[in-house]
Design a protein around this ligand. Structure first.
Ligand code: SF4
Length: 399
């Protein structure tokens, strides 16, 4: 071992200890941990932070449904397999009745949240969303509307020629409870321009979030990994979010996920290994001393990686996703059900609990006797992209 590497090892150990104890680490230190910290030491430090924040050992999950109102979009992100340009023969827009029917099914299956999400339809201004949210709230006041993303808010403000602030005030008044972290992708300019050249800048994405937080609408923050971004750009994405969070405190959770490569213009494969994903998860827990919750994405990484992430600082496995079409269109094939999600948490030696959008615990499953019995609650019960069941061809018998 050289003198330099011994010093590097000492520096990493000191940074890990400081972060595990709740101290702040810089972006440069986070990058050093991301690239050089021993894997197990990194996970142990991140898990120490989780244990201190959640000493009751609870890991939460959510029952929600992602309902897409349209796949028509003018933004043409290169990584997106969901959208169709205006006038495309496969373009569609759901009626309000159909959206309400889907909300009703979600309520019937115990959902507490809907995520209404869609493309940047050239005709959808603030008025469209006011009608949509007020109709959902009127029909199902028990559902939390955790929906849209900064991109959709910027788009509707442009279509209606109003300010970001006015758009947010109006959709909030109509029933929007919380903004999804969607559309963050990668916030630094270089990778963002490469994958979504027509999308607003990362700074604008953050500006919408900051405005929403100031107006009393909290949100989550996401990150899409695996599209050729550098390690430094991954950490820069975290830094940009943390800086806003220092000013607003409005991000409830951070949720990284991995790019899915099918049916879109980027093609190729996800350039993010399982180890890179888990390391990023752990660094996020250590870096975000100001964001309470860390969610992993079993939908894109698989259930085994989702379960492993519970040992890297994660305290939330996210939603069962009764319906999901956007990421699934690009090839995410993982499916689960409520009982399996609970089992994944419990067999990682954590206590499962159902939460709501605000992370309030609705049901704690201390023992299997507390588990729900409704086996209808499964992911993709009615998604557009649920693949048909594969039929095995029978062997040909010749005489
Ligand atoms: S990611 Fe969203 S904004 Fe981009 S093309 Fe797909 S639907 Fe449109």
């Amino acid at each position: 071992m050289t003198g330099d590497s011994r010093m590097g090892g000492r520096a990493i150990a000191e940074i890990l200890q400081r972060a595990a104890d709740g101290g702040r680490i810089s972006a440069d230190e986070a990058l050093l941990l991301y690239t050089d910290a021993p894997f197990h030491a990194l996970g142990e430090a991140a898990d120490a932070v989780r244990r201190r924040r959640y000493p009751d050992n609870i890991v939460t999950y959510l029952i929600d449904r992602n309902i897409n109102y349209t796949n028509i979009c003018v933004t043409a992100c290169r990584f997106c397999a969901f959208y169709r340009p205006p006038k495309h023969e496969q373009g569609w827009a759901h009626s309000l009745e159909e959206i309400l029917r889907r909300c009703g099914e979600a309520v019937e299956l115990g959902a507490t949240q809907v995520m209404l999400q869609g493309g940047h339809h050239p005709d959808y201004g603030v008025e469209y969303y006011e009608q949509l949210f007020s109709a959902v709230k009127a029909a199902y006041p028990q559902l939390t509307i955790h929906s849209l993303g900064p991109s959709e808010i910027l788009h509707m403000a442009k279509v209606s020629s109003v300010s970001i602030e006015e758009a947010i005030r109006r959709v909030k008044a109509a029933g929007l409870d919380s903004i999804a972290g969607a559309g963050a992708e990668l916030l630094p300019a270089r990778p963002r321009k490469a994958i979504a050249p027509l999308k607003e800048s990362g700074e604008r994405w953050l500006e919408v979030m900051e405005t929403a937080h100031r107006l009393g609408v909290e949100s989550t923050a996401t990150m899409m990994m695996g599209v050729g971004e550098t390690n430094a750009e991954r950490i820069e994405h975290l830094r940009m979010i943390r800086d806003v969070q220092d000013r607003t405190g409005g991000f409830r959770a951070f949720i990284p996920w991995t790019y899915q490569p099918e049916n879109n213009h980027l093609k190729g494969r996800t350039q993010c290994t399982t180890l890179e994903y888990l390391r990023l998860i752990a660094v996020a827990r250590l870096f975000f001393d100001n964001i309470a919750h860390l969610q992993s994405s079993w939908l894109t990484t698989g259930k085994d990686v989702g379960q492993l992430s519970l040992h890297m600082g994660v305290d939330d496995l996210g939603s069962i996703m009764l319906e999901e079409n956007v990421i699934s269109s690009a090839g995410a094939k993982h499916r689960s059900n409520l009982l399996e999600l609970i089992w994944l948490i419990r067999s990682a030696d954590r206590i499962p609990a159902q939460r709501d959008t605000l992370y309030r615990r609705l049901k704690v499953h201390h023992t299997p006797a507390d588990d729900p019995t409704d086996d209808r609650v499964r992911s993709h019960v009615a998604s557009n992209v649920t693949p048909p069941r594969r039929r095995r061809s029978l062997p040909v018998v010749t005489s």
